[in-house]
Design a binder for this molecule. Structure first.
Ligand SMILES: *Cc1c(COP(=O)(O)O)cnc(C)c1O
Length: 359
């Protein structure tokens, strides 16, 4: 049995030593010392100024939308995980979908301006599979039309643009530290911003709106995370270099074995660097894609149609869109198994099954 992913688990003793600390302090949650330590180590590691550790990546998107006071329409990508769209709807805004670019698989920035109306308040884009969007172009559009920008960088730990972390763009960037992501804290996520006032506001919002024990400055939610989750992050952070190196090697292995098929893969933009968090390939058509999916499944190998369906087809989206590139890609795309313990023999086996079925 080979799953699409398998969470990285560090040596148990290392996690246990943090747990012993928690036991002796009896401080389990509410902005504890390990949460603070994780936040400061992440800021150092990523070379960024501000970061707030949250319960998960979805609550981070929701707090970002709330903190920026977004209303009306938010321009977004139909090719992402459902949380990108559902968070917009959850915050009582309307998602407006702009088609993707078939090279990068990210939102096509050249189509954004056409979608802007008087009601547009922001752009919420996903850096799909850890590959950067055209952040400079998106910033220009946002400045010209006075829009806010949020990046869903759930996939992007270790991704870079211009030799720097990709996590420092837009008004706010959100990330997920879910167990299936390259860097994880079991459940978890973060909010990243350069703006100190926005940071303060989001920090209150993360903690019920508290601005003092009996003082509430605004509506908040419970978006904080625990000492146990932070402990997992602190241990895993030591291994992130190894995890990212392994991902890159696995990509090269897949590429080598599958090269004959000339499958379509997402392309990086200029000055962009991926973290190789997913191995995504687009087959010629849906029929080929499903054939491979089923053939793997018969051998207990689980690929994933990530992302399918097109988010504009969600049952709670009423407007009709014609998003040719997204429709086309989401039907043909598969993410193949990729995780720290995956062996080169397993990759070879997966690839030979694919080759056999596409003969
Ligand atoms: C995983 C993911 C999320 C949600 O993150 P959680 O931490 O699971 O809430 C949001 N957007 C994208 C693109 C994701 O892959």
């Amino acid at each position: 049995m080979i799953h699409i992913t398998k969470p990285f688990l560090p040596p148990l003793e290392e996690y246990n030593s943090f747990i012993a600390e928690i036991w002796s302090r009896n401080w389990l949650t509410n902005n504890g010392p390990l949460v603070n330590k994780l936040e400061s180590e992440l800021k150092k590691h990523l070379d960024i100024k501000h970061l707030l550790y949250t319960t998960n990546g979805t609550i981070a998107i929701q707090i970002a939308i709330k903190a920026l006071g977004l209303k009306g329409e938010i321009i977004t990508t139909p090719f992402s995980y459902v949380a990108t769209t559902s968070s917009i709807v959850w915050e009582n805004c309307q998602p407006v979908f702009v088609d993707i670019n078939l090279n990068s698989f990210n939102i096509d920035e050249t189509k954004i301006e056409k979608a802007i109306t008087e009601k547009t308040s922001a752009i919420l884009a996903t850096h799909v599979y850890g590959n950067p969007c055209e952040v400079d172009q998106i910033e220009k559009i946002a400045l010209k039309h006075n829009l806010k920008v949020i990046y869903d960088a759930a996939h992007c730990f270790g991704s870079k643009y211009n030799n720097r972390t990709l996590l420092d763009y837009g008004d706010i960037t959100t990330i997920s530290f879910h167990a299936t992501k390259v860097f994880h804290t079991i459940e978890g996520g973060a909010l990243i911003t350069k703006d100190p006032d926005l940071l303060k506001k989001m920090s209150r919002m993360r903690n019920f709106g508290h601005a003092g024990p009996e003082h509430f400055e605004e509506v908040g939610i419970n978006g904080k995370n625990s000492e146990f989750h932070a402990a997992m992050g602190l241990v895993n952070l030591k291994y992130i270099g190894k995890i990212l190196d392994k991902r890159k090697k696995d990509h090269e292995r897949y590429d080598k074995y599958l090269s004959r098929l000339k499958l379509q893969k997402p392309k990086l933009i200029n000055r962009g660097e991926s973290n190789y968090s997913y191995y995504a390939v687009a087959f010629k058509n849906e029929q080929q894609c499903l054939k491979v999916f089923k053939a793997l499944e018969e051998e207990n190998i689980f690929a994933r149609r990530y992302f399918h369906p097109n988010l504009a087809d969600l049952p709670y989206i009423e407007e009709k869109y014609s998003l040719d590139n997204t429709n086309n890609l989401s039907k043909r795309i598969l993410c193949l198994p990729l995780f720290y313990e995956l062996t080169s023999v397993e990759i070879e086996m997966i690839c030979s099954l694919i080759l056999k079925n596409l003969k």
